[in-house]
Design a protein around this ligand. Sequence first.
Ligand code: DX5
Ligand code: ZN
Length: 221
Amino acid sequence: MSVQISPSILSADFARLAEEVEAVSSVADWVHVDVMDNHFVPNLTIGLPVVESLLARAAVPIDCHLMIEDPDRWAPGYAEAGARNVTFHLEASAAPVRLARAIRTAGARVGLALKPATPVEPYADLLPEFDMLLVMTVEPGFGGQEFLDVVLPKVRRARELIGDDGIWLQVDGGVSAETIERCAEAGADVFVAGSAVYRADDPAKAVQALREQAQRASARG
Ligand code: DX5
Ligand code: ZN
């Protein structure tokens, strides 16, 4: 399993988004863009027009995390615009398999996101329809929240379900120097980090440090 780091621009300066992406683009595998609609989560961020502008400038693939209601209607548009990965929430989708196929048909990888209280086991049979499973390690909606250790057993069980290759296992929320090793030991291989990267003095250095920690821990895990 190879470690991938996906810095979340939710903690970046929204007035300078292109430069903030540029600051990590030589060291990050992805840039994670959190789309929130103030309905699925109690916060509002950006939508497709801003993602399109970022896509025109970014030298790193974009990982869209849609925290929105009715992703069945809106998610394929992000894939058509050129986002390399589009993740939607199981809790918000009316027809997750149909939506996963639509996103793949539009040319993107597709991710399935689960809130902390949503179990993974009932969806085991759906996983082959996805390229990535996102296990949220905070309640979605805000950056800078405390990591929920209580979700780690689910990360471990998710890794058992999906095996060693194929589907990526992403964690998002409270991932930092203090918590990334526990996530990697539990079997995560794609790490979203917002405040741990963009609140650091040197965001690129923070990405590299997180990657080294995750690599060491996943070798142990
Ligand atoms: C929260 C978002 C995260 C957020 C993580 O709902 O999905 O991507 O940016 O921020 P940190 O890493 O600060 O917890
Ligand atoms: Zn996110």
